[in-house]
Design a protein around this ligand. Structure first.
Ligand code: ZN
Length: 199
């Protein structure tokens, strides 16, 4: 009943997280009515396509001529202190506190107990290789900063077991964040406290 180009766009947009079919419908018809936003969106998506690279080391998206992101590339950041987070936005939440001088590893997702495959796609091979390339071949500290949810706790336990020979000490933050809460939505003060009180 709808033209194919509308149908196709609705299909793509409804694949985005937290957007259902109904919302996708609304967005697409909004874009059809508003030429300016539509054109701007096309330009910005093109820019994103052209300019954004993913850091080989920590998986943070970045722009520029380097192969690594600004954090991994910064000689002042400690490459032997690695903070493991679920997603990109968690890096920005922690960076805002300006308290952390180490580097990151972005998992991309947490372990989902009903998906066996989710254990194998945490990019731990990249992390392991990176630690083995350190001068000491072991990390000084690995900080696990995942949300204190059921999946976060399961992921943290798995990481502690998997990485125990790769770091002198493994700590966890996120305990100051209310149970079931998310680092993404925690305020700066809460994140600061949980960084100070990691254990
Ligand atoms: Zn990086």
């Amino acid at each position: 009943m709808y033209p194919l180009s509308i149908k196709n766009l609705i299909e793509v947009i409804s694949r985005l997280p937290s957007i259902g079919k109904r919302q996708a419908f609304r967005l697409v018809f909004y874009l059809i009515r508003h030429n300016e936003i539509r054109h701007e969106l096309i330009l910005k998506l093109n820019d994103l396509n052209k300019n954004i690279k993913i850091c080989h080391q920590c998986f943070l998206p970045f722009e520029g001529a380097n192969n690594l992101c600004d954090i991994c590339n910064n000689p002042k950041r400690l490459s032997n202190i690695i903070c493991i987070v679920e997603k990109e936005i968690d890096v920005f939440s922690i960076e805002q506190t300006r308290l952390f001088s180490g580097t990151y590893h972005i998992l991309g997702h947490l372990i989902n107990p009903s998906d066996i495959n989710s254990y194998n796609t945490l990019r731990l091979d990249v992390l392991e290789k990176r630690i083995k390339n350190l001068p000491e071949k072991i990390a000084e500290e690995i900080i696990i900063a995942v949300n204190p949810t059921t999946e976060g706790d399961l992921t943290a336990m798995y990481l502690e077991r998997k990485l125990k020979n790769l770091a002198k000490k493994i700590t966890r933050i996120g305990r100051g964040i209310p149970t079931g809460g998310e680092i993404e939505f925690a305020d700066e003060e809460t994140i600061k406290n949980s960084l100070f009180n990691r254990r």
